[in-house]
Design a protein around this ligand. Structure first.
Ligand code: AMP
Length: 604
C-alpha cells in the first residue's frame, strides 16, 4: 500500500502501484502555524493545474463541467478517473457527497466516443428509484454536449415507457436491480455492447436484499467488461462480489488517512436542513451568530453566484469569490472584506485557497465538503494564531456519513444544533439591541438629545418614549424576521450502522446547548422491530417493492429498512423498532403490487 500524496495532506489512498497515482494533482495543506504568516491573498488560479483537463476527458465533458461551475475534481474524482479512463476495474469506498457520481459518470460518458445511441455501453445499478433518477440526471448534465442518452429504469414506473425509451436507443442505463432483471428477461435490455458496469451504493443494495439480483446481472453480461463498485462501507459480501466479478481492481478509499486538525479553538457545529431551506437557514444562523466576518464555501461557481445574490437580497453584504473572476476583481473583493464593507465572502475552495484574513470569525460549509481534508483546510481559515472561531456546516440528511467521517478523522466532535426558530431569532435580536443600548448608555454626549426628549415629554411618559426609541433603533438595525419556520429535521438524520454519528458528547466550551437527537438507537445499530406483510414471492414481491413502499409511505430511508425475508406466501421486514407502528399504519393504507396486504407486528 502506498500513499499517493504527501503527509501534510492525506488525500484518497490507493493500494496499487501505478504512475497514474503519482500524477494525480494534489494540493499542499496550508501551514497551520499562522502566527508568523503574512496575510496572504488567494493565489492566482491556473485552471490547467487545478481543473479537470489533466484527467484526459473529452472536450465536451470539460465544457459541461465548466458550465456547471465545477472548478476542480474532488479527491475521489482525481483518484479514480485516470484508472477508469484506462479501463481498470475499481473498488471505491466513498459516501454520498464525495462526488462519486461524476467519478464514474465522466469515464462512462467518455466511452460514448461520438457513436449514436443504440445498445447501452454502460449499466449503472443503484439501490433506489430516487438514486436512479438522480444519477441519470447527473449523466444528462455531464453528457449534454455529447447528446448522451441515459435511461433510468426502476420499479414503480410503468414498464411500457421504459421499453419505449430503451427501444429508441440509449448510451447508458441506470436502474434498480429488480427492474434491470425484468428488462434483461424481456430482452428489452441488450447487454451485448456493455463496456462498463457500475454498482453504486453497493452496501445499500445488499442491505436491501439485492445480492442475488446483482450477481445474476453481472453474470448476464456476455463478455469482458470494466466493473466499478462504489460502496460507503465494505462488508465481507462486497469483497466477495469484488473477488468474483472484478479483475485486479484498483482500491480507493477517501475516508481513510490521518487528518491533523488544528482546530482546537474552533467551535464546530452542523445543522441538518433540506436543500431548499438552506438560504433561509443560513440567514437565520448568521443573524444569531453575528459573525465579524464569514467565509461561506460552496461547491461550484454557479452556487457561489446564486448564494451571493440570495444573501444580498436578504440584506447581507455578500461578495462572491471564484475561479471565474480575474485577479483584479478578486483583489477588489478581498479589500472589501478586509475593510468591513463586505461581511460575507462566498467562495469556492479553489478561490479561497491560502486566504488569510484577520477579521474572519466564521467559516460556513454550505454543503458538507467532499473529503475530510477539505473540511480541515476550510476551517483552518478561522481559529488562526490562537484566535477563537466557529465552523458551521449545513448538511442534508443523506450527508451524515460524511460528517461522521470528518469527526472520525479529526477526532473532534461536530455538534448537531437545531436551526434557530423564529422565537430564537427574536430573542437573539433583542439581546443585541440591549447590548447596543447598553453601550450607548455609557456615552458622554447623551445630553445633546435632551431637546428631543423635552419635545416629547408632554405627549408620553419617559418609559414609553424610551420604548418607541428602542423600537425605532431595533428596526433600523435591520432586525426583521421572516415569518416561515424552517423545519427541523435533525432527527431524520440517517444513522450509521454502528449507531454513532456526529455530535457525540457534550458541546464544547462556548457552544450552544445541544439538541437531543435520536440517532443513537434505531436501525442497524439499535433495536430492530419486524413487520409481517401477507404478500410473498407468489405475489411477485421483491425486496425493492417493500423498501419502495415503506420509504414512500413513511419518512424512513432505505438504510433504515431491513433485513428483509421473503417467503412464498409472506414477507418480514425489519425497521427501527420505534417506527414499527408507523410502518404498519402506513402499509395498511397502501397497496403493494396492486394488492392490499394484511400487516402486523411480527414477533415470532
Ligand atoms: P455525489 O457524491 O456524487 O452525490 O455528489 C455530491 C454533489 O457534489 C453533487 O451535488 C454534485 O453535483 C457535486 N459535485 C460533484 N463533483 C463536483 C466537483 N468536482 N466540483 C463541485 N461540485 C461537485
Amino acid at each position: 500500500m502506498r500513499d499517493t500524496v504527501s503527509d501534510t495532506n492525506t488525500e484518497a489512498h490507493t493500494d496499487v502501484d501505478s504512475d497514474a497515482a503519482t500524477n494525480v494533482a494534489t494540493e499542499t495543506a496550508p501551514t497551520e502555524t499562522a502566527a508568523a504568516e503574512p496575510a496572504a491573498e488567494p493565489a492566482a488560479i491556473d485552471p490547467a493545474e487545478t481543473g479537470f483537463s489533466a484527467l484526459g476527458l473529452r472536450p465536451e465533458l470539460l465544457k459541461a463541467l465548466d458550465d456547471l461551475g465545477y472548478e476542480e475534481p474532488t479527491p475521489i474524482q482525481r483518484e479514480t478517473i485516470p484508472y477508469l479512463m484506462a479501463g481498470k476495474d475499481l473498488l471505491g469506498q466513498a459516501a454520498t457527497g464525495t462526488g462519486k457520481t461524476a467519478a464514474f459518470a465522466l469515464p462512462a460518458l467518455h466511452l460514448i466516443d461520438g457513436r449514436a445511441a443504440s445498445k447501452p455501453i454502460a449499466l449503472v445499478l443503484v439501490p433506489t428509484r430516487e438514486l436512479a433518477m438522480q444519477v441519470s440526471e447527473a449523466f444528462f448534465r455531464y453528457g449534454k454536449d455529447l447528446n448522451a442518452k441515459c435511461v433510468p429504469v426502476y420499479g414503480g414506473q410503468p414498464i411500457f415507457r421504459q421499453l419505449q425509451a430503451l427501444d429508441r436507443g440509449v448510451h447508458i442505463v441506470v436502474g434498480t436491480p429488480g427492474r434491470v432483471i425484468d428488462h434483461i428477461g424481456r430482452g428489452s435490455l441488450n447487454l451485448d455492447g456493455i463496456k462498463m458496469v457500475v454498482l453504486d451504493e453497493a452496501d445499500e443494495m445488499l442491505d436491501m436484499g439485492f445480492a442475488d439480483d446483482i450477481e445474476s446481472i453481472l453474470e448476464s453480461v456476455p463478455h469482458a467488461h470494466q466493473t466499478v463498485l462504489f460502496s460507503a462501507t465494505m462488508p465481507p459480501r462486497i469483497n466477495s462480489i469484488a473477488k468474483r466479478y472484478q479483475t485486479d481492481p484498483v482500491k480507493i478509499n477517501v475516508v481513510r488517512g490521518d487528518t491533523k486538525a488544528s482546530a482546537g479553538k474552533v467551535r464546530q457545529c452542523a445543522y441538518v436542513v433540506q436543500r431548499n431551506h438552506k438560504p433561509a437557514a443560513l440567514g437565520r444562523i448568521l443573524d444569531i451568530e453575528s459573525p465579524g466576518g464569514a467565509l461561506v464555501f460552496c461547491r461550484t461557481r454557479t452556487e457561489v453566484d446564486q448564494l451571493t445574490e440570495t444573501m444580498n437580497a436578504r440584506g447581507y453584504r455578500a461578495e462572491a469569490l471564484h475561479g471565474g473572476m480575474d485577479q483584479a476583481q478578486r483583489d477588489r473583493v478581498m479589500s472589501r472584506l478586509r475593510d468591513g464593507t463586505a461581511e460575507l465572502l462566498v467562495a469556492t475552495d479553489v478561490a479561497a485557497r491560502g486566504l488569510d484574513v484577520d477579521t474572519l470569525t466564521h467559516v460556513v460549509n454550505y454543503d458538507v465538503p467532499s473529503a475530510p481534508e477539505s473540511y480541515v483546510h476550510r476551517i483552518g481559515r478561522v481559529g488562526r494564531a490562537g484566535r477563537e472561531g466557529v465552523a458551521i456546516t449545513l448538511a442534508e440528511p443523506r450527508e451524515q456519513r460524511l460528517l461522521a467521517n470528518i469527526e472520525r478523522l479529526t477526532k473532534q466532535a461536530i455538534t448537531i444544533e437545531k436551526v434557530p426558530s423564529i422565537a430564537d431569532l427574536r430573542a437573539a435580536q433583542l439581546e443585541q439591541t440591549v447590548a447596543s443600548i447598553r453601550e450607548s448608555l455609557a456615552a458622554d454626549d447623551l445630553d445633546d438629545f435632551y431637546p428631543v426628549l423635552n419635545a416629547l415629554s408632554g405627549e408620553a411618559n419617559p418609559q414609553r418614549i424610551a420604548l418607541a426609541a428602542i423600537r425605532l433603533f431595533h428596526e433600523l438595525a435591520g432586525n426583521v424576521v421572516d415569518e416561515t419556520e424552517i423545519p427541523d429535521i435533525s432527527h431524520r438524520m440517517e444513522r450509521r450502522p454502528d449507531g454513532g454519528g456526529a455530535s457525540a458528547g457534550p458541546g464544547r466550551p462556548g457552544s450552544k446547548p445541544q439538541r437531543g437527537n435520536d440517532r443513537g438507537g434505531g436501525d442497524k445499530g439499535g433495536t430492530t422491530g419486524f413487520v409481517y406483510i401477507s404478500l410473498g414471492r407468489a405475489a411477485g414481491i421483491r425486496p425493492g417493492d417493500l423498501v419502495g413502499a415503506i420509504a414512500n409511505e413513511t419518512d424512513l430511508v432505505g438504510r433504515e429498512i431491513g433485513p428483509i425475508k421473503i417467503t412464498e406466501k409472506f414477507a418480514v421486514v425489519g425497521v427501527p423498532d420505534r417506527s414499527v407502528d408507523k410502518v404498519i399504519g402506513a402499509l395498511k393504507l397502501t397497496t403493494i403490487k396492486g394488492k392490499k396486504p394484511t400487516v402486523r407486528r411480527y414477533t415470532d
